[in-house]
Design a protein around this ligand. Sequence first.
Ligand code: NAD
Length: 366
Amino acid sequence: MHKMKKNILVIPGDGIGPEVTTWGKAVLEKVASLFGHEFTFQEALMGHVAIEATGDPLPAETLEKAKESDAILFGAVGHAKYDNDPTAKVRPEQGLLKIRKELGLYANLRPILLFDELLNASSIKPSILKGTDILFFRELTGDVYFGEKNRSADGNTASDLMIYQRYEIERIAHKAFQAAMTRSKRLCSVDKANVLESSRLWRETVQEIAKQYPEVHTEHMFIDNAAMQLIKDPKRFDVVLTANLFGDILTDEASQIAGSMGMLASASIGDGIGFYEPIHGSAHDIAGKDLANPLASILSASLMLDISFGLKTEAELIITVVKQVLAEGFRTNDIADESTNPYQVLGSKEMGKLILKFIDQQVYSH
Ligand code: NAD
């Protein structure tokens, strides 16, 4: 077995961030000890906690530690104080935007992995959903978010420049095609090439790159159609490649077909360090109450093992154990329904501990 030595930075952040990352980290420690890997952990501040401590949502020390690490496990940032004050100049989410830029994290990967036991939690019919397994590649450092912004002198006209350069499309397209090669070899690129020039460059570039992956069946779809198809027939998608704005909207739509925020993980990658986080935020409404579902952070740890370290067996083991816990009827509050045995509704800590116990059992039974 190949033993690995890795340096992991944990950034718990705000609200339920620390409550969930504790368990993502615990799972990484457990896997390391069972498989003989050597993972060392450091911790750093970001978000509201960092503003309180240093005045800066991304202190220089955090960025330094991040650049020295092999991968980062992140919780969430945010605080009610800023949500109610859109004019606040220093804000927790600035830390997140800055670290993405500094680390060159240009691709956001969001797997939409559906667990059969939770099909009823979605607003879509289980018969349509069953078997859905989509991997989104959303471009993260270009598009209208980073293009030039203008407001006229009288304040009545505003614009945001939608801009892409060919290399920005090429590098994420390669990542998406490489992933498609390891999956079902189907890739759908989503754009609005009938109307937008930046989308025409997007489509032209993806068509060029596709020639290098002749085994992958590539299709191009307009964003409006993709938004509709995702609800109508989610199983038709496998790898979906799209720009920043379209990806922002489509991945949130897709998270709802999965039913719960507490179950979805994401990875942001570039050409170096990977950044792994649940898709949910800091959830102030449940912070400190032992109610947060730790499974998204635990699945983020699985993504880290797979994508950054290439440890497929270890990554798969975590997914298997999450499935097993659900199959045996255990739930956190957010994924419980009227059919759940009340004695099997667990707090964050109990759920975390149960996952660790089941990982042990899986490994020792083989
Ligand atoms: P949220 O994701 O924090 O919460 C939305 C709803 O889902 C809440 O009712 C919450 O209780 C529930 N929920 C979320 N995660 C859960 C979990 N693990 N277990 C159980 N229930 C869970 O989104 P929001 O309420 O819109 O935002 C709250 C704060 O989070 C804001 O300050 C926002 O800016 C921030 N935020 C941060 C990130 C991030 O750090 N990546 C992402 C989104 C929102």
